[in-house]
Design a protein around this ligand. Structure first.
Ligand code: HEM
Length: 324
């Protein structure tokens, strides 16, 4: 959840509540610990109260999962749950630290405390990522698409690029133009147009839609373009940075394409420019995938550990009540 000036009013009462509740519980705790030889723990009146409240808050925190996953649960808006999740989650820290009396206790309570601290830290980390990564995505990935469409988009890119190369260098057997392209040729238009860039085909992409004029006849001496396409451009478009191609690095890519232009006839330059642009889009898709993993990956720590936390918390309560 992005916390910014526009939605800060929604957070303000919860932040005030967090501060007041923290101050009130601190006052009670430190007042109760006056003159005591050790810090009061879970058996003391404030420690016990904070344990119960902290435990209830943890159950509320966990219920966010149900609210998001179970469609039939329509209690409150998810946005409001999220705001409460953040600030009440932070309130559990002073409550449960006071409940512990600043001691790790036995091994069960130590494991429980470590789990708790990791869940809190991962939540804060995830919230921080949600503040910074969307802006980074906007700046670094102007051709952002729906993440689940990336593979499809890559296939379109490779097909477009292959069509462009075979139109420029001449179709090999088995690469003849499809029916629509043949009709266009038969219509006698002086040049054929090819639309390159999956940009226009998938997702809400803001990248350029590239329409290029392709010479009807293959450009003489352009064969090296096909070779470079097969050897390095196509594998890079397909695999992205996993292909370990130098095309993944903008500077290297620029010099590779500059060299190609110097080597090849003028008639191929527009196609080279488009291939360069497709490689740039491929780099953006890799970047998008990378940022997406960071934006969502932390939940794979936060969620399973919060499940473990809830289970272990019940074991802790049972043990504490049994051996009281
Ligand atoms: C005892 C503490 C906590 C527990 C048990 C807990 C548990 C959970 C659960 C079960 C989810 C739902 C996962 C899902 O979407 O599938 C969640 C999501 C989340 N939690 Fe916590 N959480 C705790 C504390 C915190 C704290 C302190 C913060 C931040 C300050 C935080 C931030 C978040 C965020 C940002 C999400 C993701 C919501 C979204 O954007 O989809 N959590 N947490």
């Amino acid at each position: 959840m992005l916390i910014d000036r526009r939605n800060f009013a929604r957070h303000r009462p919860w932040i005030a509540f967090l501060l007041v509740a923290t101050a009130a519980s601190s006052a009670w705790y430190f007042f109760a610990s006056r003159g005591a030889p050790v810090w009061p723990g879970g058996g003391s009146p404030p420690g016990f109260t904070f344990g119960v409240l902290g435990g209830l808050l943890i159950l509320f925190e966990f219920a966010l999962w149900g609210r998001k996953k179970v469609r039939a649960w329509r209690i409150g808006r998810v946005q409001d749950w999220m705001v409460a999740h953040i600030w009440l989650g932070l309130l559990t820290v002073p409550l449960l630290v006071y409940h512990s009396g600043f001691r790790w206790g036995g091994s069960l309570s130590a494991v429980l405390m470590v789990l708790f601290l990791i869940v809190i830290a991962s939540g804060v980390w995830g919230l921080w990522l949600q503040q910074i990564l969307p802006t980074r995505m906007l700046n670094q990935v102007p051709a952002e698409t729906i993440h689940s469409q990336i593979d499809r988009m890559v296939r379109f890119m490779v097909d477009d690029a292959a069509r462009l190369v075979s139109a420029t260098c001449g179709a090999l057997p088995g690469e003849e133009p499809d029916e629509e392209e043949q009709q266009e040729v038969a219509s006698g238009a002086p040049v054929s147009h090819i639309t390159v860039g999956a940009v226009q085909t998938v997702g809400n992409v803001q990248g350029k839609v590239l329409v290029t004029r392709v010479p009807k006849a293959a450009v003489p001496d352009s064969e090296p373009l096909r070779e470079v396409f097969r050897a390095s451009i196509a594998p890079y478009l397909l695999e992205g940075k996993k292909s370990r191609s130098p095309l993944a690095l903008p500077n290297k890519a620029e010099s590779i394409f500059r060299e190609l232009r110097n080597k090849l006839p003028l008639g191929t330059h527009e196609a080279i420019g488009i291939l360069e642009n497709l490689c740039d889009q491929r780099r953006q898709l890799d970047r998008q995938d990378h940022l997406h993993r960071w934006l969502h990956g932390w939940l794979s720590i936060h969620l399973p550990l919060s499940v473990a936390l809830v289970i272990l918390m019940f074991v802790h309560i049972w043990v504490a009540l049994k051996y009281r």
